[in-house]
Design a protein around this ligand. Structure first.
Ligand SMILES: C[S@@+](CC[C@H](N)C(=O)[O-])C[C@H]1O[C@@H](n2cnc3c(N)ncnc32)[C@H](O)[C@@H]1O
Length: 333
């Protein structure tokens, strides 16, 4: 540890961290995994961890680990962080989680107070710029990588009274399932069925004169997740420049099959690429949609990313976690 704060003079740690494996009805197995020395000012600890624990957040309620105050009686001492089984796991990566007086409850839900929404004539009053429902609904396949949940799509269709829908990057068919439930005709395609939504020829192969008054587009966030080995898959584009070129073609193709007044809803997230760094794909989306002759139709909808696989991980690097993606709705004048 490089913390320059004064430590207690003693070399004996003030606290010992144990991994405790419970056994039904008996003492359990205790394995020492690290030590902590209380700062002289009582405001924090120097921590030395010998074993790094990887655990799933869903285990947070089980008493797998305890940090015991040596000076208060070894095994019988009071746990330093009585509620913090998972907090302890995080502290093995970043001591901040242990030294902070109000530890961030990693893996536990945090309840934020949302602003009141003004009453208005919307048929979907809960559809606001903050979309926070944690239940995805029974649409598509939640195990499909990038599955987006169907409730936002359902609410947008209700709001815009859409009657014909196209989902050109359908993945597990979430949008199609929503439309089936609502009795709205929906055409869905994906590169998995050979339909390259960035290729104008594929759009020309659709029935002549077909137009849609709502297009749901949930493209890959560049190469954050790779969807298929197909080189035409947008997630396979090797550079940001090529991705943006093909993404522009995709948006242009969609604009071409929108009816007048029709809406193109694009769900997109910003992404931090291992080589290129932070890429504001939401910014690029707006630029490309406007360049395709569309205009933004309503506020950005910030969709809280409940259930994202990344939210369960522990990272060694320091960054500001992105906990949302953005749904932008454009319309054809
Ligand atoms: C974010 S996923 C969509 C997930 C979907 N919203 C769901 O809930 O299951 C992106 C999809 O775009 C598809 N895709 C990628 N490149 C494509 C292309 N050029 N043309 C059509 N589909 C493409 C991928 O196969 C993937 O299924």
């Amino acid at each position: 540890m490089t913390d320059s704060k004064k430590q207690t003079a003693s070399k004996t740690p003030s606290h010992i961290a144990y991994h405790v494996r419970n056994r039904e009805g008996s003492e359990g197995f205790w394995t020492r995994i690290g030590s902590a020395w209380l700062h002289a000012d009582g405001n924090g600890f120097n921590i030395q961890i010998e074993t790094v624990l990887w655990m799933d957040a869903s285990h947070s309620a089980s008493p797998l680990k305890k940090l015991i105050n040596q000076n208060r009686g070894g095994f019988n001492g009071s746990p330093l962080i009585p509620k913090g089984a998972f907090t302890m796991a995080a502290s093995t990566i970043n001591p901040f989680y242990a030294t902070n007086r109000n530890p961030v409850p990693v893996g536990r839900p945090v309840y934020a107070r949302l602003p009141f929404a003004p009453k208005n004539a919307s048929p979907v009053p809960h559809l606001t710029s903050l979309y926070h429902f944690h239940q995805a609904g029974e649409y598509g396949d939640r195990n499909y990588p990038g599955n987006c949940g169907g409730r936002l799509i359902r609410d947008l269709l209700r709001f815009f009274h859409s009657q014909s829908v196209f989902d050109p990057m359908t993945g597990s068919g979430t949008c199609a399932d929503v439309c089936r439930e609502m009795g709205i005709p929906c055409l869905s395609r994906d590169i998995r069925q050979g339909f390259d939504a960035t290729d104008a020829d594929c759009f020309r192969s659709l029935p002549a004169g077909l137009e849609f008054d709502f297009i749901w587009a949930h493209p890959p966030y560049w190469r954050q997740k790779i969807y298929t080995p197909d080189s035409r898959d947008l997630s396979q584009t090797p550079t940001l420049a090529t991705f943006l070129e093909r993404y522009a073609a995709f948006i242009g193709n969609c604009a071409g099959v929108l009816s007048t007044g029709g809406k193109l809803a694009i769900l997109m997230g910003d992404y931090c690429d291992r080589e290129t760094g932070f890429v504001s794909l939401t910014y690029h989306t707006k630029q490309l949609a406007i360049a395709a002759g569309l205009r933004q139709s309503c506020t950005d909808i910030i969709r809280f990313s409940h259930g994202a696989s990344s939210s369960r991980k522990i990272y060694r690097s320091s960054f500001i976690p992105g906990l949302h993606d953005v749904c932008m709705v454009f319309e054809k004048a």
